[in-house]
Design a protein around this ligand. Structure first.
Ligand SMILES: *[C@@H]1O[C@H](CO)[C@@H](O)[C@H](O)[C@H]1NC(C)=O
Ligand SMILES: *[C@@H]1O[C@H](CO)[C@@H](O)[C@H](O)[C@H]1NC(C)=O
Length: 513
């Protein structure tokens, strides 16, 4: 009976829910594709029909209810020869501007791609029940909401919670207590740091609207028609945002009700490793180190001197090092093994892995935290610096400044993290606390996605101030008004005192006379 009842409930839930979902992402970054892919597959497993549109070559498993539309040619056209030393030396403002330019450059290519035009050629009355938009790199694909006649829409970002997303969806940016993603600060900022943090956060957010949004509105108009509304209006149509944050993994911060934090949704228990890698890790009796600089930064692009310093340091330790290195390399010590690609999440879960050396990107860091592996960060750009600072502050590991890499420096840092138990204990504790919750991040993301489908949107969760101008939300006009009143009162008091004094003085003069 029970089984029968359950079956009925399950099938009826399913039939209510099966939705046709369009999932669009304009950011050319393989790690964001992985994150979006995990959510996509979870939705497909729930019986939804998902069409994922992004600039990445598809690596997700084939499935009847999953279609990938490839926005081809974006990676090739972006300048892939970005010099690491150059990028690392950008000033914060330059970094912010370069990031926006990079997004618009990619947008130009996306608008000309065959993939997008295939999607635009869907029958005019083709109906999606929900659109999911990755908002990390800006508004390039927002007009698809217009093309498909404004179904309920939600936003996602794997880029933690950047301040511009906070601002767009009606949250306080906390510029004096949450470090801006482009600065190497912790939450504990001194007066000078807070001043810079406030300035950069506002300049970055404002220039996004005044610069990137307008620019991309102009170029998308040519494809989607002159009468599309402003990008800000599209953004207001998105009722909630799934952010890759978690109060345990990042700085806890108060969030408006339409912010759903699903930090680390891509992390999961290790799957079976490929046999060769499994043998290597099983046999690593002295422990193993995983070394990978992620998907955007290639180890083989590090200069030769840095590569030699790293190899020299690794040759002096007994642990096995598994290094994600994208081309061939010779004369490696016996304990250093290179692989062009690593199943990073699965490898980190192997019990012999004692340390993860990475670039401090958000997704890798979360995997390392999830599996309770201490880290050494080698940060290069954007949020990698604050992630590294947080790791040092919470004593979950250390960082290495890649511009100063020497063999001795690397060796000393590696030994400290491996031999001082404090890092291991802290990260194990963090991992336990992170996992202790009523539903996993992925289940939470799926729940809220279906919630929006069930209720045809979730506008009712948005803070009213989200649509007000900034001065109104933060009462800047009122502060100004009160200041004027105070100044007026002070002026009047001053005049009265002056008058009284004058009177007294003139009376005295009269008496004297
Ligand atoms: C595929 O999606 C459709 C609705 O979009 C749904 O009716 C069907 O059950 C789904 N199939 C599977 C195998 O989940
Ligand atoms: C599922 O999505 C594909 C690709 O967008 C589309 O061609 C197909 O018609 C959709 N199926 C349903 C049942 O909506």
């Amino acid at each position: 009976m029970c089984t029968l009842f359950l079956l009925i409930v399950l099938t009826s839930v399913k039939s209510v829910l099966c939705a046709n979902i369009l999932y669009v992402s304009s950011i050319p970054s393989p790690s964001h594709h992985i994150w979006n892919g995990v959510l996509t597959m979870a939705l497909v497993k729930r019986g939804h029909n998902v069409t994922l549109v992004d600039p990445d070559i598809d690596k997700l498993p084939k499935s009847d209810n999953y279609t990938h539309i490839f926005l081809e040619g974006v990676y090739e056209s972006l300048d892939i020869s970005y010099d690491l030393n150059d990028m690392a030396s950008y000033s914060p403002i330059r970094m912010s501007i370069e990031f926006q330019n990079w997004c618009t450059f990619g947008c130009n290519k996306i608008l000309r791609s065959e993939g997008l035009h295939n999607l635009l050629n869907y029958p005019p009355d083709f109906k999606f029940d929900l659109i999911i938009v990755d908002v990390t790199s800006g508004p390039c694909l927002y007009p698809l909401i217009h093309r498909f006649k404004y179904p309920p829409t939600i936003a996602v970002t794997a880029f933690l919670l950047p301040s511009y997303v906070s601002y767009n969806f009606g949250n306080n940016m906390y510029p004096t207590s949450i470090p801006w993603y482009g600065l190497p600060y912790t939450a504990d900022m001194n007066f000078v740091e807070r001043t810079f943090n406030v300035l950069y956060m506002y300049i970055d957010t404002a220039s996004r609207y005044l610069n990137q949004y307008r620019r991309e509105h102009d170029i998308t108009k040519k494809i989607f028609g002159e009468n599309i509304p402003s990008m800000e209006e599209f953004e207001r149509h998105m009722s909630l945002v799934l952010t890759n944050t978690d109060p345990i993994l990042d700085y806890p911060q108060p969030l408006a009700p339409n912010f759903i934090s699903v930090g680390g949704l891509h992390t999961h228990r290790s799957n079976e490793l490929p046999p060769d890698l499994k043998t290597i890790l099983d046999n690593a009796k002295n422990g193993a180190i995983i070394f990978s600089l992620g998907t955007n930064i290639r180890s083989d692009k590090l200069d030769k001197r840095t590569q030699r310093a790293l190899i020299d340091a690794f040759s002096k330790i007994p642990e096995t090092v598994i290094w994600k290195f994208e081309s061939d390399i010779e004369n490696l010590p016996k304990n250093v093994i290179v692989r062009k690609w690593l199943p990073q999440n699965d490898a980190l879960g192997h019990p012999n892995v004692k340390l993860f050396i990475g670039h401090g990107g958000a997704l890798s860091t979360q995997e390392s935290f999830y599996h309770g592996v201490p880290m050494i960060c080698v940060p290069f750009i954007v949020d990698q610096h604050i992630n590294a600072k947080l790791i040092i502050e919470k004593k979950l590991g250390l960082s290495i400044d890649f511009t100063r890499i020497t063999s001795g420096y690397v060796l000393q840092t590696v030994r400290e993290v491996l031999d001082n138990p404090v890092y291991f204990e802290n990260v194990r504790r963090l991992s336990r606390i992170y996992k202790d919750k009523p539903q996993t991040a992925l289940e939470k993301a799926v729940f809220w996605t279906e919630y929006v489908i069930r209720h045809g949107g979730a506008d009712f969760l948005s803070f009213p101030g989200r649509n007000y101008p900034y001065y109104k939300v933060y009462g800047l006009d009122i502060i100004l008004f009160l200041l004027v009143i105070i100044i007026l009162i002070l002026l009047i008091v001053y005049k009265i005192i002056n008058l009284v004094l004058n009177l007294l003085i003139s009376k005295r003069k009269i008496k004297v006379n």
